[in-house]
Design a protein around this ligand. Structure first.
Ligand SMILES: NC(=O)c1ccc[n+]([C@@H]2O[C@H](COP(=O)([O-])OP(=O)(O)OC[C@H]3O[C@@H](n4cnc5c(N)ncnc54)[C@H](OP(=O)(O)O)[C@@H]3O)[C@@H](O)[C@H]2O)c1
Length: 304
């Protein structure tokens, strides 16, 4: 491979895609694609996108991520989360391209006590989780040079996510009821992108051996765990400058008091041990990772 690899970032305008653009900016020639330039639900467009770009690396941050809407649009979720990744995998295999893909904690049913490991049996509770699991399986079946990173509760400085929603609601309301019986690891898009960069650089440098030594499925989340309610409280405690001085009261509620079209797992915590053992990479614990995102948001605020 030339010293400047061609890196195709798919879903480049999403919250992870934007951070991948930042993190890989000096790693090679960056080619970005998003809904403006490709409809991933159309197989011919997916294939043509890869052949035109002729990348050495594909970073697939695109997904159908509307978890509740997916319950009524299963075909669309499957097309984007399983069919499109299958084509990316076939094209990668054909040309020897490295494919990086992201999956989700929602492949699990949440009933395990303790963190989920990669060998635990998935059993998604919702259409989104089932479509993402189908995407994992098709990439694994095709094989080749692939990395699948299962992550959870992604948030960051951009896009649509729990942190930005809480900051908005925190400014608007005096109190909020937040689900307290779903536990997971909030994972910052900054941490996720930077860990991906470290691993991809190591793979390209031959640091991790032959493809059969590193290709596969890994859990990749920030450390620790918390409920949504605990996460909201941490946001309000740490984000004072972004809340115009407001401090809303946060009341814990069970999931049963916040019905949604899609069921969600109660225990979403993933073990990152395989990632640490194979690549020596560990994402930050969720609290300092949150502080880092809040610092980024604060520095982006208009100065008065
Ligand atoms: N968000 C989470 O909490 C979470 C948790 C676990 C795993 N993940 C996984 O992490 C990865 C990145 O997620 P994210 O949070 O960054 O998602 P995101 O912000 O929703 O970004 C996904 C991107 O994919 C694009 N996209 C969707 N359908 C498309 C289509 N038909 N054609 C072209 N582009 C399309 C979206 O465009 P539009 O905005 O125009 O739709 C968006 O830019 C995904 O694989 C996701 O499943 C996310």
């Amino acid at each position: 491979m030339s010293s400047r690899p061609r890196i195709l970032i798919v879903g480049a305008a999403g919250q992870v895609g934007l951070e991948l653009q930042r993190s890989f900016a000096d790693a090679g020639e960056i080619i970005t694609r998003d809904r403006d330039t490709v409809d991933l639900a159309v197989p011919d467009q997916v294939r043509a996108m890869v052949r035109d770009a002729a990348p050495n690396i594909i970073l697939n941050a695109a997904a159908y991520t509307a978890v509740d809407r997916a319950e009524s649009e299963p075909d669309a979720a499957l097309a984007i989360n399983a069919q499109a990744p299958g084509i990316l995998a076939e094209e990668s295999l054909r040309s020897g391209t490295l494919l990086v893909h992201y999956s989700t904690d929602y492949v699990f049913d949440g009933f395990k006590v303790g963190p989920w490991v990669e060998t635990d049996k998935p059993n998604p509770l919702n259409v989104y989780g089932a479509s993402k699991l189908a995407g994992e399986k098709v990439i694994q079946q095709v094989g080749g040079k692939y990395l699948i990173f299962r992550t959870s509760w992604v948030y960051g400085p951009h896009g649509s996510n729990f942190l930005l929603t809480m900051l908005r609601l925190g400014r608007e309301r005096d109190s909020l009821n937040i689900v307290d019986d779903q536990i997971g690891a909030p994972t910052s898009s900054i941490e996720l992108a930077d860990a991906t960069r470290t691993i991809v650089s190591g793979v390209l440098a031959g640091q991790f051996g032959a493809t059969s030594d590193w290709a596969g499925l890994y859990h990749m989340t920030c450390g620790g765990s918390v409920s949504w309610c605990g996460f909201a409280r941490a946001i309000f405690t740490r984000a004072q400058t972004l809340l115009d001085g407001k401090m809303p009261a946060v009341y814990p509620i069970p999931s049963s008091e916040y019905p949604t079209p899609a069921r969600r797992p109660q225990n979403s915590v993933l073990s990152n041990e395989r990632l640490r053992a194979r690549f020596g990479v560990q994402l930050a614990p969720w609290e300092p990772a949150l502080d880092w995102v809040l610092r980024r948001l604060t520095s982006q605020q208009p100065q008065v």
